[in-house]
Ligand binder design. Structure first.
Ligand SMILES: Nc1ncnc2c1ncn2[C@@H]1O[C@H](COP(=O)(O)OP(=O)(O)OP(=O)(O)O)[C@@H](O)[C@H]1O
Ligand SMILES: [Mg+2]
Length: 157
């Protein structure tokens, strides 16, 4: 059964007195795929940062699986949300090490990282491909490879 993962209630985001976003109610269900469409400046990126727990709203409530997220408890919830940005950031190292970065930052050991990462290496969107083998460097210079790698990494763990 679908479960509400993120719920936003009466959200307002202000930038220096300018209200960039007002959202009375917005829910994201588990397994749901959503596309957010709107003109430039409509507040899409702002909404994604709020829903991704990367930014606090100026007013309103944010819930992760029915628990309210606040400045004190947000770190634990943030670790359970992955974001893939328009301009994916990659380190100048191998595909494998880039894919492992998020897990390493969370303090997981090598064996655990290997166990989590392995099944995703050739499952869509595929972290590695024929031309981007695991130990190869340079994926950071290829836009498609960067997007695939970051999108793939977001599913791991
Ligand atoms: N850090 C900021 N400081 C001041 N104003 C901001 C800031 N970030 C966004 N804004 C303003 O808030 C509004 C929403 O911006 P946002 O980037 O969320 O829109 P968007 O829908 O993602 O736009 P785009 O289609 O161009 O990516 C815009 O008017 C923008 O200028
Ligand atoms: Mg945007």
């Amino acid at each position: 059964m679908a479960e509400t993962v993120i719920a936003l209630r009466d959200i307002a985001v202000e930038y220096g007195g300018f209200t960039a976003l007002q959202i009375p109610s917005f829910d994201i269900q588990s397994s749901e795929v959503l596309a957010l469409i709107g003109p430039n400046g409509a507040g899409k990126s702002t909404l994604l940062r709020i829903a991704g727990l990367l930014q606090y709203p100026s007013a309103g409530k944010v819930y992760f699986r029915n628990e309210q997220v606040n400045r004190k408890n947000s770190m634990g919830f943030r670790r359970r949300v992955a974001s893939v940005f328009q301009e994916p950031l990659l380190l100048n190292t191998s595909v494998y090490d880039n894919a492992a970065l998020g897990l390493r930052l969370r303090g997981l050991d090598r064996a655990k990282i290997e166990r989590l990462l392995r099944p995703w290496l050739d499952r869509p969107p595929r972290l590695a491909s024929r031309s981007h083998t695991l130990r190869r460097r340079g994926a950071k210079n290829e836009f498609g490879a960067r997007v695939r790698l970051r999108a793939g990494s977001a599913f791991v763990g």
